[in-house]
Ligand binder design. Structure first.
Ligand SMILES: [Zn+2]
Length: 83
């Protein structure tokens, strides 16, 4: 059995909810953690704000599913879930 325990930092500020916005569609939360840009083919892509990972994020083709999972998979992300 391993003795590794995740460091729990109770003193940290809880993330504050974003102010509500009048939009019929909720903007994907993942965009707080990724920078959107267009590639040479004019396709939407996203770069992780924490590491050097890039993702295709074309709304009609890729959506943001890979971004959503990377948010939690990226070891540099504050949302990283160590399993
Ligand atoms: Zn990352």
């Amino acid at each position: 059995m391993s003795e590794v325990e995740p460091a729990v930092d109770e003193g940290k500020e809880a993330p504050k909810p974003l102010p509500p916005r009048k939009k019929c569609r909720v903007k994907a939360y993942c965009w707080n953690h990724f920078t959107k840009y267009l590639d040479d083919n004019n396709l939407t892509r996203a770069k992780c704000n924490y590491c050097d990972a890039h993702f295709a994020a074309e709304p009609k083709r890729n959506g943001t599913a890979s971004l959503n999972s990377h948010m939690y998979d990226c070891p540099y992300s504050p949302l990283y879930i160590a399993l």
